[in-house]
Design a protein around this ligand. Structure first.
Ligand SMILES: Cc1cc2nc3c(=O)[nH]c(=O)nc-3n(C[C@H](O)[C@H](O)[C@H](O)COP(=O)(O)OP(=O)(O)OC[C@H]3O[C@@H](n4cnc5c(N)ncnc54)[C@H](O)[C@@H]3O)c2cc1C
Length: 417
């Protein structure tokens, strides 16, 4: 069967679950993916996004194993594949930009550290939005202010003053989720990595080439430049700090903070800092993980970063968001009782999230050493490890010969068209 016909025949697969009308809060990655599957299973999602339009910012995100499979089940894998990175590898450089250690994309087997489906976040977000924009109500520039549980319905008060009723509410509103705060209390659920990251892109110059260049400066600071397009280069600036709350500063103050913290840094930092004041597209956040004992309370549940952000340190954020959306929608389609659906969602997701949130101890210190000596030592070790003979040996050790088999439940098989 032609692919689009197959996809059409899969839309609106109605399972035994009820025709819930569901408010999905957040139009990032998890939100539109959830709305896609809810619509496919015959439910009525409404997506509300606080930003006035789709937030097309951010850098590369990975789609790994199950994340790729959800993309395939949505029918978007080929669109994602059109947009994957074509960079050649990564140079760890010194302050003059000279490579100290290098690994190309094939150093550790097929595509090496560059995941097979590594896509720019704005493009993934846009692909997901395009999948549902004609089928699902999307509200931009608004946000829930209060949720009143009336027993058989939730009454949601929006910032624009509207009152609407929903059967269920899902918080897909990112690491600093307001829905999580409304339902479970304050932000104590975030376990911070004492690390901040800023992502943005700047005009490309000849020095940028087709390799990622990563530089560590003393004081736990790093500068990375990554090929993005013919005329833009992406920048990642990271710094370690135990101070809390920089993510709550306004953008101008965040930029001033970066200017101050990176003023004495070499490599390409002076060029980056010159561009900083002119940038509209600037993303800054604290790096942390969301850890909660449960993701649901009454008729409200959480999906993606809102419930279980694994942090960019794991490279699992987008995969976990897609898988969470797929499982939650699938369980709601499978069960008459939303409590049972939420329970099964959590039962399936909990071990997956626990695994996804594993961070190699010391990885932040390895990526952002504090002292010049530690940086030189780290670069020397990486220079040795990334020699071709060593990477071939490591690849042999870590590559599994077992065929990959799907672990995701197949909800379409249990749905009755
Ligand atoms: C602009 C942006 C850029 C990012 N860039 C990167 C990156 O470069 N690399 C990386 O690894 N990760 C990045 N992330 C995080 C990454 O997208 C997530 O870790 C992951 O994909 C999970 O997605 P999510 O949908 O759960 O959360 P998010 O992608 O964070 O999406 C949450 C959405 O909810 C919206 N929202 C927040 N609060 C409310 C509210 N009260 N009401 C309504 N809507 C609300 C936000 O505007 C956002 O669109 C970025 C996130 C954002 C928002």
């Amino acid at each position: 069967m032609h692919f689009t016909l197959l996809r059409r025949s899969l839309s609106n697969l109605k399972g035994p679950g009820k025709n819930y009308n569901i408010l999905v809060v957040g139009g990032g990655i998890a939100g539109p993916a959830l709305a896609f599957f809810l619509h496919r299973y015959g439910m009525k999602p409404v997506v509300v996004e606080r930003a006035p339009e789709l937030r097309l910012s951010g850098q590369w995100v990975d789609l790994q194993a199950e994340g790729k499979e959800v993309a395939w089940r949505m029918g978007i894998e080929s669109k994602v594949r059109e947009k994957i990175t074509e960079e050649q590898g990564t140079h760890i450089v010194d302050s003059a930009g000279r490579p100290q250690a290098s690994f190309d994309v094939n150093s550790f087997g097929e595509r090496g550290f560059v995941e097979e489906l590594e896509i720019r976040r704005p493009e993934l977000s846009n692909i997901l939005y395009e999948q549902i924009r004609n089928d699902v109500e999307y509200v931009f520039g608004d946000s829930p202010q209060a949720i009143d549980d009336r027993g058989d319905k939730l009454q949601v008060k929006f910032a624009n003053g509207n009152l609407r009723e929903f059967d269920l509410v899902v918080g897909a509103d990112g690491i600093h989720s307001k829905i999580r705060r409304l339902v479970f209390g304050d932000e104590s659920l975030i376990s911070y990595a004492d690390l901040y990251a800023a992502y943005f892109d700047i005009p490309r110059t000849d020095s940028d080439g087709s390799w990622v260049r990563f530089y560590s400066a003393p004081g736990g600071r790093s500068v990375a430049l990554r090929p993005y397009s013919q005329n833009r280069t992406q920048v990642y600036l990271c710094f370690r700090s135990k101070e809390r709350g920089y993510e709550n500063l306004d953008v101008d103050m965040q930029k001033r903070l970066i200017q101050k913290l990176f003023a004495d840094v070499g490599f390409e930092a002076p060029r980056i800092l010159r561009e900083l004041p002119n940038l509209d597209d600037f993303y800054f956040d604290s790096v942390g993980q969301v850890k909660t004992d449960r993701w649901s309370k009454g008729r409200v549940t959480l999906v993606g970063d809102a419930g279980y952000c694994p942090s960019p340190l794991t490279g699992m954020g987008a995969s976990v968001a897609l898988v969470g959306a797929y499982i939650l929608a699938g369980e709601l389609s499978r069960h008459q009782d939303y409590n049972e659906a939420f329970k099964q969602y959590e039962t399936w997701m909990r071990p997956y999230v626990t695994k996804a949130q594993k961070i190699i101890p010391g990885s932040v210190r390895l990526a952002l050493p504090n002292t010049r000596t530690a940086i030189i030592l780290r670069n020397a070790i990486l220079g040795f490890v990334f020699r071709p003979a060593i990477t071939r040996f490591i690849t042999k050790l870590i590559t599994s010969k077992a065929p990959q088999k799907s672990v995701l439940p197949n909800y379409e098989a249990v749905s009755t068209p």
